[in-house]
Design a binder for this molecule. Sequence first.
Ligand code: EPZ
Length: 443
Amino acid sequence: MIGTLRIQGGEPLRGEVTVRGAKNLVPKAMVAALLGSTPSTLRSVPEIKDVKVVTDLLSLHGVTVSKAPETGDLELDPTNAAAALHADIDAHSGDSRIPILLCGPLLHAIGEAFIPDLGGCKIGDRPIDFHLKVLREFGAEVDKLPSGIRMTAPKGLHGAKIDLPYPSVGATEQVLLTATRAEGNTELRGAATEPEIMDLIAILQKMGAIITVQTDRVIHIEGVPELSGYNHRALPDRIEAASWGSAALATGGDIFVRGAQQADMMAYLNTFRKIGGGLDITDEGIRFYHPGGKLNSLIVETNVHPGFMTDWQQPLVVALTQADGVSIVHETVYENRFGFTGALNEMGASIQLHRECLGSVPCRFGQRNFLHSAVISGPTPLHGADINIPDLRGGFSHLIAALAAQGDSLVSGVELINRGYERFVQKLEGLGARFEVVAEVAE
Ligand code: EPZ
């Protein structure tokens, strides 16, 4: 796998890319297959590391995962699900947070679950307190071991009345994956309603679950004793689509993202247009282009759906370094998601971080010691630099910055991007990016 690239910047990205199944849905859909008494088929599965991590974890638990060679579709057969050795789980959990979502389905399937210490991007503390709280409310017994957390459900799992303190995507998924086969009804208040959540609910409904999504973030689930397998085509990755949109803006380019779905990206499209980007929205996908001339600075506040998604801000910040005037990004979902801006400043950007909530509403991180607001002054020409990629989305923004900069950049840690962007090196090549592979790393 590619580890380091030498990028010759200054070339606009032009052409077409295709986005397939969403990184933040596909692994959860794979875990949901554990709940079925018959095999499931999942289509539009991207070749990304998170899918490999979950494939390994499910295989460890006796699930047979087979991949169709020509389409990449997965068939998941849970009929021989069994407990796995904790040490093996630990070895396979990689830098993913998905193991926490196996708990509910494993407790239903085999009566126990083990979570090693979790990975995921270093963009904040990434606690799992909401997850443990809801699992206990379903009747799970949670034991903290030196190597991780072990759960059992000696009396089975029963429905619960749950109030989430924050519309957490993961905790909402935890409730959905646990409540569908629990005894009795569950009421979830304060639920996340992201498109990936709705797609997971569609999958569970196909399996036989009875889930009602009400207004104001309330979801009712009627527990059923058995679920069948599903056959589902994962929704397209709106984060990857927006990442290419920001890449088009930052490099002065023109990219058609085949498969991008307008309905899932409304907040991003409004922001893209306000900056001065050009859009052609079609049934087959969305064309994102820089129309020439100046870009407008603006204020962006990330939020839970249907707000401007936190995973969209990193690549957009690179485009904002080329906008005229002072822009502000107030990150209200994660407390520490501007680490990537250091490298941009070394390339000539002018980004200052602040502890204050520089947006319309004070958020959970106000008056605490988190640099969660960014002030970006532009336009600032970017020049090449040596960059070490910190995390998935910040890493993609470093790639965009190197492509937008004048001169060469040496970008290492590129393998991190493989977690969430399928075949991105080939896509960059197809868009006319100029680079050479300097070093490979083991798969
Ligand atoms: C999911 O993470 C996504 N990851 C994230 O995408 C995405 O940014 C996030 O949702 C928000 O949309 C996957 O789906 C694999 P959360 P998740 O629970 O579920 C706090 C990417 O780059 N919280 O909604 O972990 C948490 O600290 C990744 O694709 C608790 O306090 O996010 C954060 O401040 C990055 N306790 C907030 O809630 C908990 O038990 C939102 O987290 C759980 C979360």
